[in-house]
Each structure stands twice: as C-alpha cells, then as structure tokens.
Design a protein around this ligand. Structure first.
Ligand SMILES: C[S@@+](CC[C@H](N)C(=O)[O-])C[C@H]1O[C@@H](n2cnc3c(N)ncnc32)[C@H](O)[C@@H]1O
Length: 838
C-alpha cells in the first residue's frame, strides 16, 4: 500500500507576480529574465500607455464641445436614440501601447485600462469605454497575451447602485469572443464598499453627463458584503459560465466575515492581488500578513487551481527601475516607523530589496504538508465522476486497488468484526455452526480485503470462525481463489454468486472431530443432505462453491455475521439495501448481525460554480448530464445553509462604530462556517420487517426500500444554489462508525478516502434577461418591495414608474431612499446569431 502519511510532501507552490500600474518599460525577454532573477514568477503589463489615455480624453472633450441635440425627424424616431453621432475611436497607434509580440509575451499578464467605465449611465461614456476595452483586447490578442486582468465594474454612480453591471457583462462577453485564447480575470474587491470606489484623475466616470445621473440624496450607499460577488455572478451568468472567465480578487486589509471569504473560495479565483498596504509590520519592521490573511491564503492555495499572487505597489523589480525609487518604496514606511540611524546602518547590510516577496516565499515554505486525503485526491478535486455500478458492471482490479488504499475503512471494519465476535463469545450466544464456530460471510468480497480483516479480527478476538466469501464478479473471484491458497491457507469457503441467489453456508451435519471449543451450542439446520460440487465443478441452478473437496453430508445453515461494503456516496445509491435483502433470510434469525448495522443519507444545498459549469458544458453532447448524480471530491464549493449567524453590513469591518468588535470577531476564527447537513433517510440490517413476497410474482418487491423526505434549509446569505451535496454515515457495529458527513467525519472516521460526496445538480430556469430586486429602504421606513426590471436601467426603469403609480405609498423617487438588492436573475438570451447579419 502506498504511503499516505504525507510527511515528505512539500506544500503547495506559490506563483508570485509583480504588478505595476504604470509600468513604462517595454517588456522583452531581458526584462522577464530580470523578473525571474528577482524571484518573481511573472509580471503584469498595461496594454496601453498614458498617451492613449490622453488621446481618448482629448477626443471626448472635443466631441462634448461640439455636441448638438439630436435633430428630430418627422415621426420622432431620432429622439429615441442617444447615439445620433457616435464617437468612434480610431485604431491604436505606435505610441498607444508598449506591447510587442515577442517570446516574453506569453509570460505576461496584460492589464486593461482602469479609467474606463463600462457601467456608466451616460451612454456616451459607456460606449467609449466599450470601444477602449475592445481595442485593448484585440491588440493584446494580436500580441499573444494569454492572461488579461480587467478592472471590475464600477458599482456606484450617484444615487444609482449596481445598475450597469449587465452592460459590463455584455462587453466581457464580446471580449471573450474577440480574444479567443485569452483567459480573462475580472478584478474585484471582496466586498462592495462604496467609500473605496474612488474616481482617479482622468477617469471617464465623472465625465458622465448630469442628465443621465440620479443625484444621491441624504443617505449614501451602505457597504454590501455580497455586492461584488453579486456583480461577479451577473457577469459570469451573462457569459454562461465561460471556461476562460476567472476572478482576480483583491485581498483587503480587513478581511470580511468568513461567510464572505468562503463564498469567494468557491469561485474561480485565479489571481489574488495583495497591496503593500495590506501588510502589517513585525517587530523588526518587516512586512508580514495577519494570521487571518495567512489562513485564507492557505485555504486558497489548496484548491485544485491555486491562485497566482500579484504583489501590488511593493516597489520596483530590482534592477529594472531606478534604485532610488526602490529605496523609498520598499516597505512604505512613514514617520515614526523610519529606522534610527544605527538601525539603518544594520539594515543596509541585510538590505532586502523585495521584503514582501521574501515574506510570501517564506509563507510558501511554511505551508503544511498535504493531508492523506489531499494527496489521495490530487486530480479528483471538483472533478465529476459518474457513480460506480458495481452490481451491473464488473469492477476493474484498479478500482478495487483504489478502495484498498483507504487507511481507515478496513481498520474500522476489523475493529467492528473483532468487537462483534468478542460480544458473541462474552454473551455466550449459540452459533449456526454444529461445531460452535461463528459463521461469518463477507458478501461482495471484491479482491478480499475484508476477508483478510475478518481472519485477523478472529485471531485478535480469540473466537473461531467459519469464513465464507461471496462475490459475483467472476474476474475478482480468480484473485479470491489465489488469495485463499497463498494468503488465507484455504480457510475460506468461496462462493461465486450473486448474493441474492446464494442459498447460504453448508456445514457437515455432525461436529467434526478435534474441533476447537465451540463458542456456543449449534443452531444449524440439520434436515437436508446437500451436494458439494468438486473443485471447478458448477452446481447447476446454484452458486458454485469451492471448499474441502471431501464429500460428506452437508446441510444449509444460517450466517451469524454478514459483513458487506456495498455503500455508495449517498449510502443506498449502489443498491446496498436491495442486495442485502437477498441475504436477509440467511442471517441467524435470533442473534444474527449485519456489519454495517445501519446507514443513513445526508445532504445540504451548495453553491458550486465550477461543477455547474462542467455540467452545463457536458449537457450539449449529453442531455442527461444535469440529471446525473455525480461522485465528486467537493472543494471549490460554498455551503449555503450554515450554522453561522447571518452577517449584515452593519457589523462588517470598516463600518464606523462597530468596527473594532466586528474585526475582533472576524479575525478570531479562521475556519469557514459549518454546514447545516440534514438526514434524508436510513436503513438497517438485518431487516426483520421485510414483507413476505407474493409467490405469484417473479420479481421481488422493493417497496419497503422506498424513501422520501422534505427538508428546510435556512440560508443566511444570498447566493446561487447549483445543487445538493450528499453524504452518508454508517454504524458498522456498536460505536464504530464511518462518516463522510463534513460535520461528523472528523470524529467518526477522519482521513477516510474511499468515498467522495455525491453532487445532485439542479437545472436552472431560463428566460430573457430579467432581474428581480428587493427594495430595502435605507431611510426611515423598513418597507420592502420586489420589482421586476426588464432590460437595463440606463433610462428610468419602466418598472419603477409602474411601482410609483400603483403604490401610492412609494411617494419619492424609488431610486433614492432605497437600496436595490438583486434577488434573482435569468440567463441572458440573444438573437444575435439568428438575426439579420451584415
Ligand atoms: C464496493 S465493492 C467492495 C469490495 C470489497 N469488499 C472491498 O472492500 O474492497 C462491492 C463488491 O460487491 C460486489 N457485489 C455487488 N453486488 C453484489 C451482489 N449482488 N452479489 C455479490 N456481489 C456483489 C461487487 O462486485 C464488488 O466486488
């Protein structure tokens, strides 16, 4: 068996890059070499130059200076457009970009302009921004850039909040087809904090014309913990969960509550940007990250695709930009933090030109080794697998081999069998064997690991057993025969049969001479003579058995202990109850034991964007894809129903009076909230209540195994439910249990790897783009409204007008005094492919 201890396993590697907003040097191979020599893995490069920015501002200013009102045509149609004379940007010129296609390009992350505003309520600004993005994307694609960092949507425009996201999303959808080999990273902060969404000099947003703006009245927008996640959700839905669309997430100085962190953890965060200001200083003045930041980074780094880290504003790359800049920038020291002269002299000796990078490299080395489950699961994380069909399909040897690597399951079975045998002996229970041996049958023996464990348990408990192994897989049966000869000393009677047609063990009628002390008296059925086929000979109409070839009068008897391992990820989904029903009558009717004694199925709703995207992409060739329950090692998921109290913006970090207490609460814990997992149903064996089967029916009724359930899951925060995560728990014997339920597995069977959870996908309902908002009054009243709003909100939304006229009590402009919280949204549908093409 492979060693899964993980002691020599290095932790995850960090890929760290250098971000410079206004990098002015043209990047070539020498520059990239310099980056590598400085211990960075990669760097960013702006797609366009400040020259291009000035040129666009100049064109806009000239355009606005000459703006005329649209001339009316006789029927007034011109009045319905705001683009009578659109401003069209000319193509890029040499001075507009430092990018050149060369061998270094593929190692760069291109950055598109942050001064545009695709969400602007002013159609002129929005359209100009779209043109800028398209020019940049087209040129980046031409140069061979593989990764683009695209600043996220601006969410606040005066009194309007999050209204232009659909337009932003639409532009990204266009960009995806314009740069067909580019991976796009939408750059977002972890929460929507309007106070931090500041306009810089030269930004297009403040140039939006007043007539398109709604003034902010009184209450400024509050921060919204899930506001940026919500925007991201709109974008990726519009782009239909595109496989080249990812996130770049800004790590803030104050981390948001863990429920917000766990939401981002479930999303495709492929870049993590860390600004110099996020670092604290240790006693020696070196930059370090808080424990909470370290914990979040550690979790992200254990994902199937760990994010790359971009260090922002941490000073220049040594040797690349001027040394003077490097001195002043390196740790952002200010005022009293400056070292004394003697400290400065010492520092000079040990001068580290990249202290933030050194810290992250050190953090990388301190990452804990992967756990046995993580090592085992490499390549399986968030990977959809169809569940096994062990009854109808004969498993391959390699599949058994994977089961057999479990460091816990077989150990627990051995303990359970030993305990059951000891109890049997201690309680002096009669056995089904004439010699008093406990008759134990491993049904569904596979390649025999439980048979080995049963023999060990018998030796350990000092209780003699008569061991039977039943397996229907003819290929695995060959190995069972071999093991019986080489490993088990012929002590096992092998039966190649479906357990449902097995007639039970056969024993000699009289106790054999010289047998060991019986455990108890025999309950054997001694009323029939049976035929034992010779080795290799099949008994027609009955299972073939290979045992002592000496012919002797045999009789069927009961099994005292049935051991099976037929559970699926959702307990009963691999037909465990149905198969065990087939041996139910063979179990000793008074004292018989089944290991497992019982099992239950559990589930909880989850957000699983990666799995959803995979199911959707598989749906094209396979329409049954969304109807399939998948076995998945769940990782990038968020539990939607948790035991955590709901968090609201008032108690989130950065909110005035509550700030300090909230931050304490946030930084104290680093584990994501525990899911609320509920039990769906359970089964136990032997089942003394199986109704008698009607002799007139050829098939056995399975109605006693039908189960149904209806459960409620409180959800604390908004999110998208992509499906249900299913788990199981099983009582093997007494207090020996196995569990995959994330709430109990640590206590019951930590490090068990045989089963991954099951994922039941949910289909999503589609319509033309419709957004539904709940209006939360931000002023005095706590009134809530739900208003569907069709299309965009660049003009006054028709829905808003109808709300005004219908509901007298909404007297004021509903755009002010209310906060719109999106509660639902359909997919974006477009007739562009089927419409009239140019
Ligand atoms: C999950 S595997 C477990 C194998 C083995 N006990 C182990 O732990 O590695 C289940 C085994 O049960 C066998 N099996 C399933 N249904 C069966 C049935 N009705 N009768 C006999 N064997 C069955 C399968 O062929 C498979 O070998």
């Amino acid at each position: 068996m492979e060693n899964y201890s993980g002691s020599d396993d290095p932790g995850p590697g960090f890929c760290i890059g250098h971000y410079e907003k206004n990098r002015l040097v043209p990047v070539n191979s020498q520059v990239v070499n310099q980056v590598h020599e400085s211990n960075y893995d990669m760097m960013t490069v702006p797609v366009t130059t400040p020259h291009f920015h000035s040129r666009v501002l100049g064109l806009l200013s000239a355009y606005l200076g000459n703006l005329q009102a649209p001339s009316q045509d006789p029927i007034g149609t011109m009045a319905t457009t705001q683009n009578t004379r659109p401003l069209v940007l000319p193509p890029l010129s040499k001075a507009d970009s430092h990018l050149t296609p060369n061998e270094a390009t593929s190692q760069l992350v291109g950055v598109t302009s942050s001064w545009i505003d695709l969400c602007s309520p002013d159609p002129l600004i929005a359209d100009l921004s779209r043109q800028v993005l398209m020019l940049e994307v087209a040129y980046a694609a031409f140069c061979g850039i593989g990764y683009l960092l695209v600043p996220g949507p601006k969410l606040h425009h005066g009194g309007m909040h999050s209204e232009g996201v659909t337009y932003y999303a639409r532009a990204i959808q266009d960009a995806l087809s314009l740069g067909p080999y580019i991976q796009y990273h939408i750059w977002l902060p972890m929460i929507d904090n309007p106070e931090l969404e500041l306009d810089a000099i030269g930004d297009l947003a403040p140039l939006a014309r007043e007539e398109y703006l709604v003034p902010e009245e009184g209450n400024s927008a509050k921060q919204d913990l899930f506001g940026t996640w919500d925007a991201w959700d709109s974008i990726r839905r519009t782009c239909k969960y595109h496989t080249r669309l990812f996130l770049a997430l800004t790590l803030p100085k104050q981390l948001p509550p863990l429920s917000v962190q766990s939401r981002w953890h479930s999303e495709p965060v492929h870049l993590l940007t860390i600004d110099a200001s996020v670092f604290l200083k240790n006693q020696k003045g070196f930059p370090v990250l808080s424990k909470a930041h370290q914990a979040l980074i550690a979790k992200l780094m254990r994902l199937r695709n760990p994010p790359w880290i971009l260090l922002c504003d941490v000073g220049p790359i040594p040797g690349l930009e001027s040394a003077d800049d490097s001195e002043t920038n390196q740790t952002n020291l200010s005022g009293k933090d400056y070292p004394s002269l003697s400290q400065a002299a010492t520092n000079k000796k040990h001068h580290d030109p990249t202290p933030h990078l050194s810290y992250l490299r050190n953090l990388q080395q301190r990452q804990p080794a992967r756990t046995p489950i993580e090592r085992f699961g490499v390549g399986y994380q968030d990977y959809l697998q169809a569940p096994l069909q062990p009854l109808t399909v004969n498993l391959e040897s390699i599949t058994y081999e994977v089961f057999e690597k479990d460091p816990v399951k077989y150990e627990w079975y051995e303990r359970a069998i030993a305990k059951a045998l000891k109890d049997w002996a201690d309680q002096k229970k009669p056995t089904s064997h004439p010699d008093g041996k406990v008759i134990l049958a491993v049904v569904g023996a596979g390649r025999g690991p439980l048979v080995t464990r049963a023999l060990k348990a018998s030796a350990e408990a000092g209780v003699e057993i008569d061991l039977w192994a039943v397996e229907k897989n003819q290929n695995a049966f060959v190995l069972l025969q071999r093991h019986n000869e080489t490993l088990w000393g012929g002590k096992v009677t092998l039966v190649q049969s479906d357990m449902r047609s097995w007639k039970g063990p056969r024993v000699r009628r009289q106790a054999a001479q010289g047998s060991q002390e019986p455990v108890g008296e025999s309950l054997g059925i001694e009323d029939s003579l049976l035929y034992t086929p010779k080795k290799g000979e099949n008994d027609p109409g009955r299972a073939s058995e290979f045992s002592d070839p000496k012919p002797s009068p045999l009789t069927h008897t009961h099994v005292d202990i049935v051991v099976s391992e037929l559970l699926g990820s959702f307990a009963d989904n691999e037909l465990s109850p149905e198969c065990l029903d087939g041996v139910n009558d063979l179990i000793n009717p008074v004292h018989g034991i089944s290991i497992p004694a019982s099992y239950s199925a559990h589930f909880t709703p989850i957000s699983a964007p990666k799995l959803h995207a995979d199911v959707v992409s598989q749906s094209v060739p396979n329409p049954a894809a969304p109807e399939t329950p998948y076995v998945v090692m769940l990782h990038a998921i968020d539990f939607l129903s948790t035991s955590e109290l709901p968090v609201n913006s008032d108690t989130a970090p950065g909110n005035g009076a509550n700030r300090s207490s909230a931050i304490t609460a946030v930084t104290a814990a680093t584990e994501f909230p525990e899911p609320f997992v509920q039990t769906a149903w359970s089964f136990s064996h032997p089942n003394r209540n199986i109704p008698a089967q009607s002799p007139s029916r050829s098939t056995i009724s399975n109605s006693h195994n039908v189960r149904q359930t209806r459960l409620s899951f409180p959800s604390q925060n908004r999110g998208v439910c992509h499906g249900l995560a299913g788990y199981f728990e099983t009582v093997l014997y007494g207090d020996i249990e196995l569990s995959t339920n994330p709430v109990t597995m640590e206590a019951k069977s930590a490090s068990m790897i045989s089963w991954f959870p099951i994922f039941f996908p949910l289909k999503v309902w589609y319509e033309w783009v419709v957004e539904v908002f709940s209006l939360e009054r931000t002023a005095t009243s706590a009134t809530r409204l739900t208003t569907p709003s069709v299309g965009g909100a660049r003009t006054m939304s028709p829905s808003m007008d109808s709300v005004k006229s219908k509901d007298n009590w909404v007297k004021q402009n509903p755009r002010t005094g209310y906060r719109r919280v999106r509660v639902g949204m359909s997919d974006l549908h477009s007739s562009i492919k089927d419409g009239c093409l140019m």
